[in-house]
Design a protein around this ligand. Structure first.
Ligand SMILES: [Zn+2]
Length: 450
């Protein structure tokens, strides 16, 4: 999947900005690439230190190179644990097939920049694959690679153990590759773009409101009605879990807004810095800006105490991760403003998935919020989700607890909020769920104020 991050998928149609420049019949592909590189350098100041080569490859060749790249990328190593963890939070069903999704994504790809070969690969066959915008989009990825060494960044992201940071990086990567072509198309400089009135800015880049998976799927279906080439990807999106739909599309739709916010704050330098400050990357900053405050916000680094001795010997740690604001928002995306209030206030989290040999599963975590109001909202929404979805059709017992403890058959759900912090646990086949949950407060550095 990582390779998809440097892959241009036809999303122009999705947001209705079809301004494809028709391919100039006689101009050679490499000449066109060189001309665009020169033009965009003058207009938007994209720095290409080295000439970028462009090649046409067949879809079969692309499929092979993409598959081999996916195999070696870290996400492949982490994705099973990530999916299993989020399955336990209702974000994936049992039928989700990652490989099938990759197949569909491949068919929707028309151009790609490969950090391995340092070349732009154009996959002929679609009208938009050789337009100036597509070539420019891939040139931005080439500039990013020359500036930062993208493979080095992927390796570094791997060591962070945060799928959220990785997702946020996609917003930067694709956001910038959408941002400059958008300016180029309008013959606008960066200085002009940052000085646009708020109204004109939303006209050009869209507003900051989150787009739900339902809206994205509906747009794909509408596009497929107009252009059958979208049928395959529209069907794939319809079948995919909401989180996957948003993960695939939002970096293209919302990443440019995030990039604009960054350059407004501190110009090009801030954008370059964002590519290097990997440990502070998070989807809250990409998707849920605080309209009252444009300054850089902090994130609490959450560390969970060791609970191995509370769980017992047969239990093994299967996955540790950071959920992040996009995951939280998607959990409650049907709830509109509530979801946004929760996600906007997200201020760090950590989750762990443990399993034993008898199919026992425990997922627990701690989430920090900027305000106690948002933490309270998260608390009530998560309890609602548990009652209405996870334990639906079961007899739910309410057990004695400092917060909430629901039990049904061998399932447990424990949650406790202290001010802006929420600790939660969901388990099946774990006898001491409550003990494990309360142990999560053990390393409390900031005792609750009462
Ligand atoms: Zn791209």
């Amino acid at each position: 999947m990582t390779r998809l991050m440097t892959t241009h998928i036809v999303f122009g149609l999705l947001i209705g900005v079809t301004a494809f420049t028709p391919a100039n019949g006689d101009e050679q592909l490499q000449d066109r690439c060189d001309r665009i590189a020169k033009e965009v350098g003058r207009l938007v100041g994209i720095e290409l230190k080295k000439k970028v080569m462009v090649q046409r490859i067949s879809r079969d060749e692309y499929r092979k190179s993409m598959r081999s790249q996916v195999e070696v990328q870290f996400f492949k190593k982490r994705i099973d644990g990530w999916i299993r963890s989020l399955q336990f939070l209702g974000l994936f069903d049992d039928y989700f097939d990652f490989e099938e999704l990759l197949d569909h994504a491949e068919t929707a790809t028309n151009a790609n920049y490969s950090p391995a070969t340092k070349m732009i690969q154009i996959i002929p066959g679609s009208e938009s694959s050789e337009t100036d915008e597509t070539v420019f989009h891939e040139l931005v990825h080439a500039a990013q690679d020359q500036r930062h060494d993208l493979n080095r960044i992927w390796e570094q992201l791997d060591t962070l153990g945060s799928t959220d940071a990785m997702m946020a990086f996609r917003f930067l990567l694709e956001g910038e590759a959408v941002f400059w072509p958008m300016l180029y198309q309008r013959r606008m400089t960066l200085e002009q773009a940052v000085r646009l009135s708020p109204e004109s800015q939303s006209e050009v880049f869209g507003d900051d409101r989150p787009v739900t998976s339902e809206t994205i799927v509906r747009n794909f279906e509408n596009n497929a009605k107009r252009d059958p080439r979208f049928n395959d990807v529209a069907l794939a999106m319809k079948r995919s879990p909401p989180l996957i739909v948003r993960l695939f599309c939002l970096p293209y739709i919302k990443g440019d807004n995030a990039v604009l916010r960054i350059v407004k704050r501190d110009g090009r330098q801030a954008l370059r810095q964002s590519f290097e400050d990997l440990s502070s990357l998070n989807t809250r900053d990409m998707l849920f800006p605080n309209p009252q405050n444009e300054k850089l916000r902090s994130v609490t680094k959450v560390q969970l105490p060791l609970v191995e001795n509370k769980l017992g010997i047969p239990w093994k740690l299967k996955h540790a991760d950071t959920m992040g604001a996009l995951v939280l928002h998607t959990m409650f995306e049907q709830r509109g403003d509530r979801a946004t209030e929760i996600a906007r206030s997200w201020n760090g989290d950590r989750i762990e998935l443990w399993e034993d040999a008898d199919d026992g599963v425990v997922l627990f975590g701690r989430v920090e919020f900027e305000t106690a109001e948002a933490a309270t909202l998260f608390e009530s929404e998560l309890i609602r989700l548990c009652r209405e979805n996870w334990m639906r059709e079961k007899t739910i017992l309410e057990l004695e607890s400092d917060g909430t403890h629901l039990a049904a058959d061998t399932e447990h759900f424990v949650l406790e909020r202290r001010e802006c912090s929420v600790v939660f646990l969901r388990s099946t086949g774990c006898k001491n769920a409550a003990t494990v949950a309360s142990a999560l407060w053990e390393n409390e550095t900031k005792p609750p104020k009462h």
